[in-house]
Design a protein around this ligand. Structure first.
Ligand code: NAD
Length: 249
């Protein structure tokens, strides 16, 4: 498919996992893609690496300006960079709350603010935010993370409303547990990573995790001209975790 031919995209957190799969897919479908990441050293051509910390406004503004200049414009912004936290409200202190909010929520606001003036010049402007089933699922031991993703969902809807008449579409994807380096790190920290992975698979309706490529395909759809009438939507890519209302076996 070459449906992104001639389009220019920025993917935050595009050096790993869902962001990396998305950046590669958009490039394979014809886009010129800039990756903004804390650690962009592994980003290889044709992807363009830019070092940026989404929790630092000056860093985001500088990297976005440079990327848009070198791309020659901007059509697609994928707000994907995010970090996790485990625990109940008693387990995370104020600093942890502020830190996660700063990266997962305000990080998306910063990149969007920097990108909007450029997106306004595109006839195919689209923003896709990586949210999570945690936004609405009531997951145990994920109070702080869930609150940030709930905010990403609300932010997506508000942004979609604010910019619909400017021709800028805003949607999000809600992945279930996706097999990325992030989840790999969590499993590696378990006493028996193999057993933990098997238990995690068994808790999924499909008996397996979602893949990063499957989430990337959903992001690419929402970002593509084929989704020209789609805005203010959250697309679940969770193996049925939420919609099927299944209880863990
Ligand atoms: P990952 O850890 O594999 O990749 C995250 C990338 O973001 C890394 O390259 C990292 O360097 C970058 N990053 C982190 N903080 C940053 C910052 N301050 N500035 C710039 N870049 C930064 O993680 P992933 O699993 O691919 O997760 C990507 C997104 O998907 C996150 O928003 C996460 O909340 C969401 N998500 C993941 C899952 C899952 O199960 N993996 C499920 C639902 C939602």
């Amino acid at each position: 498919m070459t449906d992104f031919q001639g389009l220019k995209a920025i993917v935050t957190g595009g050096a790993s996992g869902i962001g990396e799969a998305t950046a590669r897919l958009l490039a394979a479908r014809g886009a010129d893609v800039a990756v903004l990441d804390l650690a962009p050293d592994t980003v290889a051509p044709p992807l363009r690496p830019y070092r940026a910390d989404v929790s630092d406004d000056a860093s985001v503004r500088a990297a976005t300006a440079r990327a848009v200049d070198e791309l020659g414009g901007l059509d697609v912004l994928v707000n994907n960079a995010g970090i996790g936290a485990a625990g109940t409200v008693e387990d995370n202190d104020d600093d942890q709350w502020h830190r996660l909010w700063d990266v997962n929520v305000v990080g998306m606001v910063r990149t969007t603010r920097a990108a909007l003036p450029h997106l306004r010049n595109s006839p195919h402007a689209a923003i896709v935010n990586t949210c999570s089933i945690a936004a609405t699922a009531g997951l145990p031991q994920r109070a702080l993370y869930s609150a940030t993703k709930g905010a990403v969902l609300s932010l997506t809807l508000a942004m979609a409303a604010d910019h619909v008449r400017e021709g800028i579409r805003v949607n999000c994807v809600n992945p279930g547990t996706a097999d990325t380096p992030w989840v790999g790190r969590l499993l590696d920290a378990a006493e028996d990573p193999g057993e933990e992975r098997a238990a995690l698979n068994a808790r999924q309706p499909m008996g397996r995790l979602v893949t990063a490529d499957e989430v990337a395909a959903a992001i690419a759809y929402l970002a593509s001209p084929a989704a020209a009438s789609v805005t203010g939507t959250a697309l679940a890519v969770d193996g049925g975790m939420q919609g099927l209302r299944l209880r863990p076996a």
